[in-house]
Design a protein around this ligand. Structure first.
Ligand code: SF4
Ligand code: SF4
Length: 227
C-alpha cells in the first residue's frame, strides 16, 4: 500500500541497497507474532506472492479468496491481500504457537519486514521502519540475505516493474468509466493472479519471471499504461 510518509519519523534516516547491512534481523521472531496481527488489509500481495502461495499450498487463487485472502481496493485498483480476521486480526497462516505456517512461501512484505520500500523516480530503495518491529536488540544482516529470495537483483527489478505498472494503472483509472474500471480490475486479477504461471521446481523463479514479463507487456498494451 502506498503511503505518504515522513521518512525522518519512520526510519533511521538511511536508505539501503541489496549489499548493505541493516539492523533488521529479529533472531527468528522467538515468541513474537506481533506483526502478523492487527495489520488490516495492508499486507498486499503481488503476482509472485500468489504464484508462490498457490504452488506452496496446492490451493488455487480463487479457492483462497474469502478464506486466507481477500480483495482490497487500493487507490482505485483491486489487489489481493492477506485476510486478517478475528478479534486480534490475526493472519490466517499463523499456527497455534503463533508461528508462520507458510514460512517458505510467505509473501514479500513479510519477508522484508521490518524493512519497507521507498519508491522514487522509477526505482526504489529499502529503509528500516524503526517503529514497526517490537523486538529490541536486532542483529545486522545483509539486505539481500534478509529478503530471502533467489536472485535478489531480478526480484528487485520485478518488484519495481510491478509497482510502476500498478501506479500507472492507478493514475489511469479516474479517466475510465465505472464499467471500464471494473473490467480493468477483473482483467488484472485474471491475468496476473488467477491464471497459473506453470512455474515449479528449481526453475520456479526463472519460469515465473519469463511468463510475468509476457503478461506485463500484454497488459500495458491492453490497458494503455505506457511502456
Ligand atoms: S514484530 Fe518483529 S520480532 Fe515480532 S514477529 Fe514481527 S518481525 Fe518478528
Ligand atoms: S504470512 Fe506468515 S509471516 Fe506473513 S503475516 Fe501471515 S503468519 Fe505472519
Amino acid at each position: 500500500m502506498l503511503r505518504d510518509i515522513d521518512m525522518k519519523e519512520v526510519s533511521d534516516g538511511r536508505f539501503y541497497g541489496l549489499n548493505d547491512m541493516v539492523k533488521a534481523d529479529c533472531g527468528g521472531c522467538e515468541g513474537c507474532s506481533a506483526c502478523c496481527r492487527g495489520m488490516g488489509s495492508s499486507i498486499l500481495l503481488d503476482p509472485l506472492d500468489c504464484a508462490r502461495l498457490t504452488a506452496g499450498t496446492g490451493k488455487s487463487f480463487e479457492s483462497m479468496i474469502g478464506k486466507e485472502l481477500e480483495l482490497t481496493m487500493t487507490d482505485g485498483v483491486i489487489l489481493p491481500s492477506l485476510r486478517l480476521s478475528g478479534e486480534e486480526e490475526a493472519c490466517p497462516f499463523l499456527n497455534e504457537e503463533g508461528r508462520c505456517r507458510i514460512h517458505a512461501f510467505r509473501p514479500g512484505i513479510c519477508r522484508i519486514f521490518p524493512l519497507g520500500r521507498y519508491y522514487e523516480e522509477g526505482s526504489f530503495r529499502y529503509f528500516l521502519q524503526v517503529h514497526e518491529c517490537v523486538k529490541s536488540g536486532r542483529y545486522k544482516v545483509k539486505v539481500k540475505q534478509w529478503i530471502d529470495t533467489p536472485d535478489p537483483a531480478a526480484y528487485d527489478r520485478y518488484i519495481c516493474d510491478w509497482h510502476y505498472f500498478v501506479k500507472a494503472l492507478e493514475e489511469k483509472m479516474p479517466s475510465y468509466t465505472t464499467e471500464e474500471q471494473s473490467q480493468a480490475s477483473m482483467y488484472l486479477l485474471k491475468l496476473f493472479f488467477s491464471k497459473p504461471y506453470g512455474a515449479s521446481g528449481p526453475a520456479f523463479y526463472r519460469a515465473f519471471y519469463e511468463e510475468f514479463y509476457v503478461r506485463l507487456s500484454e497488459a500495458k498494451d491492453v490497458l494503455d499504461t505506457g511502456k
